[in-house]
Design a protein around this ligand. Structure first.
Ligand code: HEM
Length: 447
């Protein structure tokens, strides 16, 4: 009898929760004119979105039914997805800081030590300070074996963080039982944090403000300057934890995206001998073979630059960006977006929008050139680095650096596919990051 009663009670509670959620949803719909979207189950939301290997692929199917601005539901989270340049520009640029927060997800809070980083921090004065300091200097020690190890674990981290965690939808799990994926990523996070903490300590020991060696030294200098000025507020925002998180941010946000972009570049070149021949011809003519390409060559390597732009369009490294969140009630595309709504920017959709790109799937660098064959103004719907307050902090370093790396690879090597094979540009990796699936290429040194 007591068993029946308790099971009845459980059922009553569950039904009660479902009813409350339905009423809440109806009230939301009534109060706000939300963007349309597919039917979502209470508690779970849109199961096919949760299950999707790649969000941009499932979103592409929704665009056809609901248009470029739609709503999906992931567990308890309402998520608005923006899929064309008009809505993205309206949200990120015209509406100023309305869309500049980041969602409050337990996993993001944990893997940023309480949001003390840049990438997952809210739009606050602390975030502004960190962006300013980090934006001042970028450099790394590339042949360091520890760096290679960090690259490996960073890759695992990026792949795992992918579409987030079931623990974000049901935070109660964090107290009872966590998934294997969550436990593994926690280990990786703790290992990387420790490596960066050690790096910071080593740098502090040998720090000399007259000889700023790298990015870590710049962060230490910023803290010392705040100490000199006895600026208590700034000092409190530059603790070891903050600095370690910023180091980890620059590594996490910068290295993988650049590596993936170059992977895409090599993969596309392997399957496009004619484009590659044009790139080779331009580099041989402008730079020759006796020196490496430099930053100043970029303006004369327009076809090579345009090729890289096309690589970044078709091989969008961060297809659905990093989730934003609204810091107040706002609007986009004629719809309401309530405060604290998660907002995704579908960069992949922007890069494949047939209204902006002729023959969207064709690899054609000339789309980025003007009538004089110089790099033209950026096409409107090309937005790999996003826009507005949260625009990629590394854009100004990533573009010239990727150009130098791509041009240097092309100067020295001819890349092709083994006979009888076709390029395999499947997307691999975890959900929010797309990268080429491994396949064989032939690399020949150019004489
Ligand atoms: C191909 C290279 C890169 C691509 C495609 C890329 C793309 C992006 C995108 C799409 C975002 C999200 C923007 C948003 O929230 O709307 C972002 C954020 C960010 N990126 Fe990059 N990125 C690249 C390279 C870099 C590099 C080299 C660095 C640093 C050295 C970097 C540092 C950051 C940081 C710190 C953020 C977070 C900004 C914030 O939340 O305020 N990125 N990036």
């Amino acid at each position: 009898m007591s068993l029946v009663l308790s099971s009845l009670n459980v059922q009553t509670v569950l039904v009660g929760i479902v009813v409350i959620l339905l009423v809440y949803k109806l009230c939301q719909r009534w109060k706000y004119k939300l963007p349309p979207g597919p039917f979502a189950w209470p508690v779970i939301g849109n199961y096919e979105v949760i299950r999707a290997k790649f969000l941009h692929e499932i979103f592409a199917t929704y665009i056809k039914t609901y248009g470029p601005v739609f709503t999906v539901q992931l567990g308890p989270f309402q998520m608005v997805v923006l899929n064309d340049i008009e809505s993205v520009t309206e949200a990120l640029v015209k509406r100023k800081a309305d869309f500049a927060n980041r969602p409050y997800l337990p996993s993001l809070v944990k893997f940023s030590n309480g949001r003390k980083n840049i990438v997952f921090a809210n739009y606050t004065p602390t975030w502004k300070l960190h962006r300013k300091i980090a934006g001042k200097a970028f450099s790394t020690e590339l042949d360091d074996p520890e760096f290679q190890h960090l690259m490996k674990i960073d890759r695992e981290f990026t792949e795992m963080i992918g579409k987030g965690f079931v623990e974000d939808m049901f935070p109660i799990m964090l107290k009872i039982w966590t998934t294997q994926k969550y436990r593994k990523i926690t280990e990786i996070f703790e290992e990387t944090t420790e490596i960066f903490r050690q790096k910071l300590k080593e740098h502090e020991k040998s720090f000399n403000r007259d000889n700023i060696r790298d990015f870590t030294d710049s962060l230490i200098l910023a803290r010392q300057e705040a100490e000199d000025e006895e600026d208590k507020e700034v000092i409190s925002q530059l603790t070891d934890t903050h600095l370690v998180q910023t180091l980890s941010d620059i590594f996490g946000a910068g290295i993988d995206t650049s590596r993936i972009t170059l992977y895409f570049g090599v993969c596309y070149m392997a399957g496009l001998p004619e484009i590659q021949a044009k790139v080779h011809e331009e580099i041989d003519r402008v730079v020759g073979k006796n020196r490496l390409p430099g930053v100043s060559d970029r303006e004369n390597l327009s076809f090579t630059d345009a090729t890289l732009h096309e690589v970044m369009r078709l091989g969008t490294a961060v297809p659905v960006g990093i989730p934003h969140s609204t810091l107040c009630d706002s609007k986009v595309g004629g719809y309401d977006v309530p405060e604290d709504t998660i907002v995704m920017i579908n960069h992949w959709a922007l890069h494949h929008d047939p209204n902006y790109w002729k023959d969207v799937d064709k690899f054609d660098p000339t789309r980025f050139l003007d009538e004089k064959n110089k790099l033209a103004r950026k096409p409107e719907s090309w937005l790999p680095f996003s826009a507005g307050r949260r625009v990629c902090l590394g854009e100004s370093v990533a573009k010239p650096e990727l150009h130098i790396m791509f041009a240097s690879i092309m100067q020295r090597f001819k890349i092709s596919l083994p006979e009888g094979t076709t390029p395999e540009l499947e997307i691999a990796g975890g959900g929010t990051v797309a990268q080429p699936a491994p396949f064989k290429i032939i690399v020949e040194e150019r004489k």
